[in-house]
Design a protein around this ligand. Structure first.
Ligand SMILES: Cc1cc2nc3c(=O)[nH]c(=O)nc-3n(C[C@H](O)[C@H](O)[C@H](O)COP(=O)(O)OP(=O)(O)OC[C@H]3O[C@@H](n4cnc5c(N)ncnc54)[C@H](O)[C@@H]3O)c2cc1C
Ligand code: FES
Length: 273
């Protein structure tokens, strides 16, 4: 493979629109002339000029339009969130694995900005004729992402459930508690999730106990995004989140001892969640 292909063909793109999703979260839209298909769950490495390059899930793909949904938590995401139409950023990719769409009755659980990669997944599942129960979870009502969009879409094929930690909208409690209390997990073929890793680890236990399929999109610090630097490796196998993930199956996660327990910080030190 040519080096530029391996590194994801760096392209400069001009932002066409910025939509506020919550107080600390924006979706940035831009056109990306992309010859290959982008599948739900894949991500881009996004260069913020003068600051850093960070991984961002693709939250919209309607060729050539691409969207990324950014939660402002630090230097690079703050700079990205403050971009306005006509500003330029750089992107490489798409990278990583995608969600498996083979499902008739799906339970999708998104926590906070974890809704970003799930948004295109939900549209694809509905297009493929699946029934989708979507649980959108957040700390508070003001942190719910894409809630209005999916409440407007909810109907026969899409059922929407809301949970917030403080009870300011929907069921009061954690997403995993919402799944236990509000649905019968055994009715679903597969549980798809993205969000805080402790939430995903609880959901993984529930899905494995119910013996249904499980797919989760993980986050780790990334530098290259394409399997060169090893920053995103997970113990004990050294599996790479950028290349072998970010979407992993329940069976794969059973073999990853770091899942739901440890991550590595910017300098590679192992930390507890
Ligand atoms: C595959 C993938 C997809 C992602 N998709 C999205 C997305 O769609 N939207 C979005 O907003 N974010 C997404 N992220 C996370 C995003 O890349 C980070 O929030 C971003 O890199 C933080 O950069 P920063 O300079 O703003 O913050 P920093 O200043 O680097 O960090 C701020 C704080 O967040 C912590 N932190 C930052 N990144 C991580 C991490 N990966 N794991 C654990 N702690 C971390 C730091 O330790 C620090 O405490 C994704 C990450 C991955 C790996
Ligand atoms: S980020 Fe470099 S190997 Fe994954």
């Amino acid at each position: 493979m040519r080096t530029d292909e391996l590194l994801g063909n760096f392209t400069s793109v001009r932002i066409s629109e910025v939509i506020s999703e919550s107080k600390r979260c924006e979706t940035l839209y831009f056109d990306l002339k992309q010859s290959s298909t982008i599948n739900p769950g894949q991500f881009l490495m996004v260069w913020v000029p003068g600051i850093d390059e960070v991984p961002m899930s693709i939250s919209k793909w309607k060729p050539p339009l691409v969207g990324i949904t950014v939660l402002n938590i630090g230097e690079a995401t703050e700079a990205l969130s403050s971009k306005v139409p006509n500003d330029w950023i750089g992107v490489r990719g798409p990278f990583g694995t995608s969600f498996d769409l083979d499902c008739k009755n799906a339970l999708v659980v998104g926590g906070g900005v974890g809704m970003a990669p799930l948004r295109p997944l939900i549209y694809r599942l509905l297009e493929e004729g699946a029934n989708v129960t979507l649980l959108i979870a957040a700390k508070t009502k003001n942190d719910l992402i894409f809630h209005r969009e999916f409440s407007e879409l909810s109907g026969n094929a899409l059922r929407l459930i809301t949970t917030t930690d403080d009870g300011s909208a929907g069921y009061k409690g954690l997403a995993s508690e919402g799944v236990t209390e509000l649905v019968d997990i055994t009715e679903f073929d597969k549980l798809y999730t993205c969000g805080p890793e402790l939430m995903m680890a609880e959901l993984h236990k529930l899905a494995m106990k119910a013996d249904i399929g499980f797919q989760a999109s993980l986050e780790r610090f990334m530098k290259c995004g394409c399997g060169i630097c090893g920053t995103c490796a997970m113990d004990p196998t050294g599996i790479l989140v950028c290349l072998d993930g970010p979407v992993f199956t329940g069976k794969q996660l059973e073999k990853i001892s770091d899942f739901g327990k440890y991550y590595r910080d910017q300098v590679g030190l192992k930390k507890k969640f």
